[in-house]
Design a protein around this ligand. Structure first.
Ligand code: PMP
Length: 367
């Protein structure tokens, strides 16, 4: 696809071209219905098959145990910041937060509007360059849950091991690294992710929640009488079909998951991710300090590689040159600036090779 760029956007981000092509091919006449997927009832047999297949693929790829529910919700990961607290926090308990970046701070702020919160780790002291060691993240008996952000999209840091929180449910925002590497789902009681990086288009949010936690959430939600649309138990009971789900986003997520399955699943995504990350981190590490990685080396993310150049002017020239070479989305998040290469599952090894080559040649000219 010569007309497609090397896409390093942070999110919404690159999707597999095979999935987009399949969606294009079946857009006008989906599954012999004579209509598109967005023009038929979400109660139709054709949509029901999409809904169930997408769920089954996610369960298979992530190896989700049977005693977990998989929900397709709306409102983005940001709604989960609120829903986690609304459904899991009662007056007797505290929501514990490991703060490793802007998104975990937002999650904590939202929960603080609902109930009592506390901070178990504050990465602000290291300018969010580091992830704590698991021994630094210790739940207390009064914690309703412990929340962490598995990958910090903006700062480019990632948890490489997760704390054992015992009886206290571990809750994780995995928006920017879900399906990029294997994870021990059993260690978590609730995982959520907005779709617009590794899963598909914006519009659907995946929630994977232990059935026993749904039961606890039901009791808390009833006690607090929160609106039904914000309750996990309601969505679990209706298999995410209480109201109209985001049908197109779920459908396209299903095509993305098929593509992932056909390309070796999560294990292969992880192997490719290591290779892709190494290409870019090597370009940083072998640049005699011209490129400076933002994250502490042992906390580096394999989905968002963040770095700076010696000056703002050089960064601007670097980004402009990248665009001329067909590479887009390399500017850092608007809140921190600098550069960021987001290398989600659909970004090829070849695209990362081209970026690493461009980084080397830019340094030879400007370094
Ligand atoms: N958490 C993380 C880790 C993210 O990267 C993002 C968005 N980039 C969000 C939460 C917010 O997601 P949304 O826009 O879907 O609410």
């Amino acid at each position: 696809h010569r007309d497609r760029v090397d896409n390093f956007n942070g999110g919404p981000a690159a999707l597999p071209v095979e999935a987009l092509e399949k969606a294009q091919a079946e857009l006008l006449n989906f599954a012999e219905t004579g209509a598109s997927i967005v023009e038929i009832s979400h109660r139709s047999k054709a949509y029901e098959a999409v809904h169930q297949q997408t769920k089954a693929l996610l369960k298979e790829l992530l190896e989700v145990p049977d005693d977990y529910e998989i929900l397709f919700l709306q409102g983005g990961a940001s709604l989960q910041f609120a829903m986690v607290a609304m459904n899991l926090l009662d007056n007797e308990h505290t929501g514990a937060y490991a703060l490793t970046g802007s998104w975990s701070k937002k999650a904590r702020e939202e929960a603080a509007r609902v109930g009592r919160v506390r901070t178990v780790f504050d990465g602000a002291e290291s300018e969010f360059r580091t992830i704590p060691g698991v021994e630094q993240v210790v739940p207390a008996p009064g914690d309703a849950y412990l929340h962490l952000t598995s990958n910090n999209t903006i700062y480019g840091t990632q948890w490489h091991a997760f704390p054992d929180t015992g009886e206290v449910p571990l809750v994780a925002d995995m928006s920017s690294d879900i399906l990029s590497h294997r994870i021990p789902v059993r260690q978590f009681s609730l995982i959520y992710a907005g779709a617009q990086k590794n899963l598909g288009p914006a519009g659907v949010t995946v929630v994977i929640i232990k059935s026993s936690l749904v039961a606890r959430a039901k009791a808390i939600a009833e006690e607090k009488n929160i609106p039904v649309i914000l309750r996990y138990d309601l969505h679990a009971k209706h298999d995410s079909l209480y109201n109209t789900p985001p049908v197109f986003a779920i459908y396209l997520m299903g095509l993305v998951l098929e593509w992932l399955r056909d390309h070796g699943g999560v294990a292969q995504a992880e192997a490719r991710g290591r290779q892709k990350g190494k290409l870019i981190y090597d370009a940083i590490d072998n640049s005699d300090g011209f490129y400076r990685g933002y994250a502490a080396p042992d906390s580096r993310s394999y989905t968002n590689v963040t770095f700076n150049l010696p000056t703002r002017e050089l960064e601007q020239a670097f980004l402009a040159g990248a665009e001329e070479n067909g590479m887009i989305g390399l500017g850092g998040h608007r809140s921190v600036g600098g550069c960021r290469a987001s290398i989600y599952n659909a970004v090829s090894v070849e695209a990362c090779e081209r970026l690493a080559e461009y980084m080397d040649s830019f340094r030879r000219v400007h370094g």
